[in-house]
Design a protein. Structure first.
Length: 333
């Protein structure tokens, strides 16, 4: 059986279409890594004196700022951050107070302060709310919006302040941006697994052997699983190397349940950042296994590589097409 799997893998990797799709995937990975790893807000920041930092220097500076406030994320911590921010970046602080868009080149830790610095017309907002029969929670003693006003009371631990950018970008890049291209490559590659035998007329020869049919089916299914695992894990390792070298491992053991950004989304998964990344790997791998199984089944039914490819894409794109065509209420019903 192992020899059969090796033979099937050799056939896959000798297919010019599969090799071409893998080459395109590597190119896509390069562009996504450029956006998510090497060229995002964490790799470009500005110092209080206006000096622009980029790349590794910007990352180190962002990490240093975050570590200054590491610990429980409380109203007192927010007040200290706002005080430091107003001293170091007075112009940007004034812009936030006026309600202008925050400068994306600010250290990522200070960008969170947009949620807690009340606008200059806050008193008018309060009076307008009272006039309409509603109320707005009062500001803290420091004149800031309280962290309790953001509905994070369900978290049974104090929210934490720390560096989380690299892990957030990793999860977004791998589990969001790159997962879809990986599944497309799987559809292209696995669509030839069964249909290739029919197109080359080898199916008749296989059926003449005593156990050819059953063993060949099992070998092809196992080959699809091995290929899927190699592809997903290979891309995952590529991302680990890129992010690990560029950002380091700071914050790997931070509890995502107590991370401010994730807690605002209502995430109730008791994992740390590293566990979340491997959880994402498992989800992408399971999606790949499902995609490979469906594509292999279609390949066996259509008996043509091109037909199986078209049908497989139609099957997987149908939900997206329906979502675009049908009204939102229809989908909800």
């Amino acid at each position: 059986m192992i020899r059969m799997i090796k033979f099937e893998l050799k056939k896959l990797f000798s297919n010019s279409i599969v090799i071409g799709s893998l080459a395109v995937l590597l190119l896509v990975c390069f562009f996504i890594l450029q956006a998510c790893c090497f060229n995002n807000s964490a790799t470009s920041t500005v110092l209080p004196d206006g000096t622009q930092l980029s790349g590794r220097q910007a990352i180190i500076y962002n990490q240093t700022i975050a570590e200054k406030y590491a610990g429980d994320f409380t109203d007192d911590t927010i007040a200290k951050m706002v005080t430091d921010f107003s001293k170091d970046y007075p112009n940007e602080y004034s812009q936030m107070v006026e309600g202008d868009i925050a400068n994306s080149a600010l250290p990522s830790t200070y960008l969170y302060l947009t949620m807690f610095i009340p606008p200059a017309n806050y008193d008018e907002i309060v009076q307008d709310a009272i006039a309409h029969g509603s109320s707005i929670p009062p500001l803290t003693n420091a004149g800031l919006v309280s962290i309790e006003d953001y509905g994070t009371a369900y978290v049974d631990k104090p929210l934490q302040c720390g560096y989380n950018d690299s892990w957030a970008y990793f999860f977004t890049g791998f589990c969001g941006a790159i997962a879809f291209p990986v599944l497309i490559v799987l559809v292209i590659a696995i669509s030839t697994v069964f249909s290739g035998e029919y197109s080359s007329k080898m199916d008749a020869l296989i059926l003449t052997t005593r156990y050819g049919k059953n063993r060949e089916i099992i070998a092809k299914l196992l080959t699809s699983t091995v290929f899927t695992t190699m592809l997903v894990v290979g891309v995952f390792i590529l991302y680990c190397i890129a992010f690990g070298v560029h950002y380091g491992l700071l914050g790997w053991n931070a509890d995502i349940q107590t991370n401010l950004g994730l807690s605002l989304l209502g995430v109730e998964i008791p994992m740390n950042n590293l566990q979340l990344i491997f959880f994402g790997l498992m989800i992408v791998w399971l999606a790949g296994i499902f995609t490979a199984a469906i594509t292999a089944m279609i390949s066996a039914i259509t008996k043509s590589p091109f037909s199986s490819l078209i049908v497989a894409f139609a099957v997987f794109m149908a939900p997206w097409i329906l979502r675009q065509i049908l009204p939102e209420n229809t989908l909800r019903d």
